[in-house]
Design a protein around this ligand. Structure first.
Ligand code: MCN
Ligand code: CUM
Length: 796
């Protein structure tokens, strides 16, 4: 397609379809990964290191009566057993969450979800630590749990958070946005109104590598080195300093190679804190690495939104307004990782890609006896839920109006000339050109032909479905004035150093978990300075080595840190001009830039390459006043707005009427993330996200029984897709650069996870249309699909 191939390009120079910084190059990080030479937290072994294990609660809600640790302490290999009481003595029993709540590090009063942390054993090896857990004797007084969020606010519901002063119910917050009256007026006057209840079930990011930490506290100098599975090392360090009282300059957080994050590694988990306490108590380094069940049962889940959507339209299909009411299940502690002022994340972008007259939403957050979390799994701060809501609703409307769902979308898109577009809930979409993306996806799919095939198959009683979704994302938080996490503004730093021989190192505040930053951020510098990417080292994930910044989530690395890197490179380029002028004995204003060198205007032969300038900067040429003898620079980038990538997805499914099995036969994904840095990495991100979508739409759910037992605690129960369940993805792209981003790039890391579930569910519902089925909740498992078909007249 256009823009492919390994050639340097510059979108600013007009060829906007061209990838930048040498484009589709192979990933610099892969030689170590494919040889098994990645260095993950569990690979770290320190002299004298001990191992920790966590005793977890077997029940969802219970008063803690007593803990007897004497037998465990008597185990010959056990060095320490830590309980909530011990932590109370250190003032560490409770830790602040990222959402202005507190969370128990170890239970002191009451167990609030199954799998909650009760005690921590430190022993000579991992096996002894685990064995000793069995020797701890705990007495619980079991309480009735709150499992169904719909019952959390009942008058007789047990109060889960009786630790919070004055708490008499399970309500966390009520939050609303948009104009309720204006929206009601539009609904009252509309020709057509449709409504649908839907559940975005609780799912889990389930990264390949579970969470873990190695804490190394030095009792002599009071310093702490903490190796951690974290997506945000700087923010973690600041929080540890605030909470544990260890001075910030004495803390070094290192996030080495990470085996997938997907939002699971944003928060601070009790296990990390316990590793630190264990190291302080024993005077030895302590490693804690959770197992798969611990990861699935206790770390940050995703979604769990119970939504009611309503849409108002004219009878010829002009959408006028969207309204929604949400019950948000946050689990036992409000620990969602999101900007402070956004209790429902960025759900308020539920207005989607459509030009509306009015919109209104209300979200009520409640506590239940389930694991805390909520914002994870490539959600773009709950844009997943928002896109699912609006894209399902548009299909419900299409069915009601008997219109083609693609046509209905085309009719309602925000038009190109309306950008920047201010939507009804306070966002300013930076740029968009929706119709060409939709048309391209339809062309790639052969949409008309597919509809014909479907009609023929229906005649024969075969169940084929075609599902469409069109999404707009909001990623790249964000302007400091709007977004912070626990008071830390959302900006990112970058430092660039060009060594005397012209090789460079760029230091980032964001942290890759598999996204390929070591490659793409080198490509940005390559684009700006003309130094080949292989000569640029990318350093990240170590607070001692990198500038402060808020880390990787919400697909913010390219929008924020990517902007920082482009600007820091331009700063170096500007400085290089002064040094080149001194070397060429000319005036800086007489120089002109071409990729990789400054030369004298009108005399292209007289110039200096970046490598020559770098050597010159460190050499003997007299530099002008104010120019330091190096080729280094640093910036902190506070973006003016978020970026709004978008995409058009079409899914084709076949449903087996006998078994209810859904087969995703084809999936066409057209994405627009503005200027594309590395098309291969973008495709990889999209393939991964589409696979997530198949998982959520068809297989994945973290369910609980009525006692609060987690039914998704292993990969035998929590099903994730493999190559067997996914088709060969058909990807395409359009390029609509962000007008405010230094290189025009928007994020892509979560687009496909956000955009694909509604396309798949729309396809399943479309396949089942002959049965009169208009909605089905995820996951559309064979059992659910089969059951939905029962008792309904079979199609002809
Ligand atoms: N990219 C590009 N051109 C663009 C936009 C992005 O070449 N216009 C490249 C980037 O330079 C980067 C990658 O694509 O190498 C993803 O960039 P971006 O969209 O900025 O997202 P982040 O790097 O901030 O990654 C975070 C995002 C999130 S929030 C989740 S969740 C998720 C995702 O990335 N987790 C992942 N993708 C993941 N991929 C892997 N392999 N592992 C995870 O844990
Ligand atoms: Cu919401 S998962 Mo990602 O933003 O780390």
């Amino acid at each position: 397609g256009p823009g492919e191939g390994a050639r340097p390009g510059n979108p600013a120079a007009g060829d906007k379809d061209r990838p930048i910084g040498y484009g589709r190059i192979q990933r610099k990080e892969d030689p170590r990964f494919i040889r098994g030479k990645g260095r993950y937290v569990d690979d770290i072994v320190l002299p004298g290191m001990l191992h920790g294990a966590i005793l977890r609660a077997p029940v969802a809600h219970a008063r803690l009566v007593s803990i007897d640790t004497s037998e465990a302490l008597a185990h010959p290999k056990v060095k320490a057993v830590i309980t909530g009481k011990d932590l109370e003595g250190l003032n560490l029993a409770w830790a602040p969450t990222l959402s202005a709540d507190v969370q128990a590090v170890l239970v002191t009063d009451k167990v609030r979800f199954q799998g909650q942390e009760v005690a921590f054993v430190v022993a000579e090896d991992r096996y002894a630590a685990r064995d000793a857990l069995e020797l701890i004797d705990v007495e619980y007084d079991i309480l009735p749990p709150v499992i169904d969020a719909r019952k959390a606010l009942d008058a007789d519901a047990p109060v889960i958070r009786d630790d919070l002063a004055g708490r008499t119910d399970n309500r966390i917050f009520d939050w609303e946005i948009g104009d309720a009256d204006e929206t009601e007026a539009v609904f009252a006057a509309a020709d057509v109104v449709v409504a649908q209840d839907m559940v975005y079930p609780r799912v889990h990011p389930a990264p390949m590598e579970t969470c873990g930490a190695v804490a190394d506290f030095d009792p002599i100098d009071g310093g702490l080195t903490l190796y951690e599975t974290t997506q945000a090392p700087h923010a973690h360090r600041t929080l540890y300093a605030m909470v544990a009282g260890i001075p910030e300059h004495k803390i070094r957080v290192v996030s080495p190679d990470i085996g997938g994050g997907f939002g699971n590694k944003v928060g601070i988990y009790p296990g990390y804190v316990l590793a630190v306490v264990g190291s302080i108590v024993t005077g030895k380094p302590v490693k804690w690495v959770e197992d798969r069940s611990e990861n699935l049962m206790s770390t940050s889940f995703a979604r769990d939104y119970l939504m009611r959507g309503e849409i108002a339209a004219t009878k010829d299909g002009k959408i006028l307004a969207v309204r929604t009411n949400v019950l948000a299940d946050h689990g036992a502690f409000n620990a969602t990782a999101q900007p402070t002022k956004n209790p429902a994340g960025f759900f308020s972008i539920f207005t989607g890609s459509y030009d509306l007259q009015a919109a209104y939403c209300k979200v009520t957050g409640v506590y239940t006896n389930k694991a805390p979390g909520g914002v994870a799994y490539a959600c773009s701060f709950r844009v997943t839920e928002a896109v699912y809501l609006v894209e399902r609703m548009v299909d419900v409307l299409a069915r009601k109006l008997e219109m083609d769902p693609a046509e209905l979308r085309l009719k309602n898109f925000i038009r190109p000339e309306q950008f920047p577009y201010a939507n009804k809930t306070g966002w300013e979409y930076d740029s968009g050109n929706y119709e060409p993306a939709m048309r391209l996806s339809m062309k790639m799919a052969g949409y008309e032909e597919l509809r014909r095939e479907q009609a023929e198959k229906r005649e024969r009683g075969e169940l084929m479905g075609i599902g469409v979704s069109f999404f707009t994302e909001t990623v790249g938080a964000g302007p400091r004035k709007h977004f912070d996490i626990v008071g830390l503004g959302m900006a990112d730093g970058a430092e660039l150093r060009v060594h005397p021989t012209g090789k460079a190192v760029v230091r980032l505040s964001v942290q890759s978990q598999g996204q390929g930053h070591e490659t793409t951020f080198a490509q940005i510098v390559a684009e700006e300075l003309g130094i080949p990417p292989e000569d640029i080292d990318v350093v990240h994930g170590d607070t001692d080595q990198t500038p402060f910044g808020l880390g990787t989530y919400g697909s913010r690395s390219t929008p924020v840190s990517g902007g920082a890197v482009a600007l820091v490179a331009r700063k170096v380029r500007d400085k290089a001009k002064f040094i080149a002028a001194a070397m060429l004995e000319t005036r800086p204003e007489d120089l002109e830039w071409e990729k990789g060198r400054w030369f004298v205007k009108g005399d292209p032969g007289a110039g200096k390459t970046m490598a020559e300038i770098a050597l010159g900067a460190h050499g003997t040429v007299a530099l002008p006043d104010g120019i330091d003898g190096n080729l280094d620079a640093e910036v902190t980038y506070d973006p003016p707005n978020l970026t709004f990538p978008f995409g058009a997805y079409i899914c084709v499914v076949d449903v087996d009427p006998g078994t209810g099995r859904v087969k995703v036969r084809r999936f066409i994904a057209v994405d627009d993330c503005g200027t594309r840095i590395n098309p291969m990495i973008i495709e990889g991100q999209v393939h991964g996200g589409l696979t997530d979508g198949v998982g959520m739409a068809l297989m994945e759910i973290i369910e609980f029984d009525e006692d609060g037992n987690c039914l998704g605690g292993s990969f035998m129960d929590y099903l994730i897709p493999t190559a067997m369940e996914v088709p060969d993805w058909e990807t395409g792209f359009t390029v609509t650069p962000s007008p405010h981003h230094p290189i025009g790039a928007k994020g892509i890391g979560e687009s496909a996870t956000v955009g694909s579930p509604p396309a798949i569910v729309n396809a399943v519902v479309d396949a089942l249309a002959p049965f009169g089925i208009t909605h089905m909740d995820m996951p559309c498992t064979p059992a659910r699909v089969w059951e939905a078909m029962q008792g309904r007249p079979r199609p002809p």
